[in-house]
Design a protein around this ligand. Structure first.
Ligand code: PLP
Length: 404
């Protein structure tokens, strides 16, 4: 008889958002007429842009025609889109990419999970804490996390982000084979500078380690000194895999499109990772939707990028307003300048879930409890700039009332 070897209760991705929803539903079932402000989710609210929408509609229309109809696409992605992405990167990175290093995906999450399947065995993994839950959960599901001891898995080294290191933890002083780094960071909204990333890259080259770099929030970077891609750091093409997504830039969370860059000359596993990933994609993936890819191709036009950058500015205005208001209330805030998240210390040392309950019941605002991103997130909460302008400013008025 088969028995599952995973303790699903320990997976925070499958716990955090359903638990928030359960608590909100409990409250709204008692008070059905109360309006709830959602500053919790990292979900976009702005509609897709005209240029991108037109391209997708045109593609669907064309597919009604026998001659233009297309069956399966290339599992690695449309060559036109891959070329556009290559050109996009090559404008600002250190060493030009080759098309063979770019793999189109149906979004970052599945690739972040699937990359795990390349690295089974006794590897030493380091993950930021707090972090986007998928990194640790994918290690657990793929059997690479080891046993859960208290709140930690024995095979994972936790790179603890805290106010002292401005949530950009330094290298650990032990041997690591695989790092997960996310900048700009979810949930803390903080960034890493060139020197900090260079330390990781230099270590990874020296130790033939791999960095899985989650750059899905790079579109929000406002400060030109902050790297948008790990490939801006010399040598990163020898040690880093970068995962990207159009969910936040192009309002594609449900349309789905992303890509992963797997360089040809990664030093780990005798430089074979690109070939293994290609084989994996060709074996288990029939390619991203050709309609989404048509939208992505349009996005990389001058008009497409201009329209979509407006979304970013919209969300960043919300985020800055959140940060300014919370700081005005005497709360200690981090991030929020190059990412759509503000990471805030709970007042009076409250636990994250206690604060969540208080904010929901007294101000009718949903925040994300920091502890959902790992134990080191307890005592913090995350507010997101992804809501509409109107909702954000109304919610903040409620917060001001609560704190005064
Ligand atoms: N990585 C981070 C840090 C995220 O916050 C998210 C989604 O919120 C993702 C990846 C997933 O992106 P996608 O929608 O492309 O799967």
């Amino acid at each position: 008889m088969l028995t599952p070897n995973i303790n699903y209760k320990s997976l925070s991705q499958s716990y955090l958002f359903p638990e928030m929803k359960r608590r909100v539903n409990l409250f709204t079932s008692k008070y059905p007429n109360i309006h709830i402000y959602n500053l919790g989710e990292g979900d976009t609210t702005q509609p897709i842009s005209q240029t991108v929408a037109n391209a997708m509609v045109a593609h669907v229309e064309a597919m009604k025609n026998k001659k233009a109809f297309m069956g399966y696409g290339d599992p690695l992605g449309s060559i036109n889109l891959r070329a556009l992405i290559k050109d996009f990167y090559n404008d600002f990175i250190n060493k030009p990419l080759d098309i063979s290093e770019i793999f189109i995906s149906d979004g970052a999450k599945a690739d972040l999970f699937n990359l795990q399947t390349l690295f089974q065995g006794k590897m030493k993994v380091a993950v930021q804490s707090p972090s986007y839950p998928v990194y640790i959960d994918s290690l657990v599901i793929n059997g690479n996390a080891g046993r859960l001891k208290g709140h930690s898995y024995e095979n994972i080294t936790y790179l603890i982000g805290n106010p002292e290191n401005n949530f950009s933890p330094p290298l650990p002083n032990k041997k690591i084979d695989l790092f997960y780094l996310c900048y700009p960071n979810n949930p803390t909204g903080t960034t890493a500078n060139r020197e900090q990333l260079k330390e990781y890259v230099d270590y990874a080259i020296e130790n033939k380690a791999i960095i899985i770099y989650d750059a899905v929030y790079s579109w929000f970077i406002q400060d030109s000194k902050i790297p948008q891609s790990i490939y801006e750091i010399p040598g990163a093409n020898k040690c880093a895999i970068e995962v990207q997504s159009l969910s936040k830039l192009a309002s594609f969370p449900s349309i789905r499109l992303g890509w992963t860059v797997v360089p040809n000359n990664l030093l780990a596993v005798k430089g074979q990772i690109n070939a293994i990933w290609k084989r994996r994609q060709q074996t288990s993936f029939n390619g991203a939707s050709i309609i989404s890819q048509a939208g992505a191709i349009a996005l990389f036009s001058k008009q497409g990028l201009e329209e979509n950058k407006k979304h970013i500015l919209y969300y960043m205005e919300n985020t800055l307003l959140i940060k300014k208001t919370c700081q005005g209330l005497g709360l200690t805030c981090y991030g929020g300048e190059n990412a759509p998240y503000v990471w805030i210390k709970t007042p009076n040392g409250m636990g994250s879930w206690d604060f969540f309950e208080m904010l929901l019941k007294k101000s009718h605002i949903i925040c994300t409890p920091g502890v959902g991103f790992g134990e080191s997130g307890d005592g913090f909460f995350r507010l997101s700039g992804f809501s509409t302008k109107e909702e954000t400013s109304e919610a903040l008025k409620e917060m001001v009332k609560l704190f005064s």
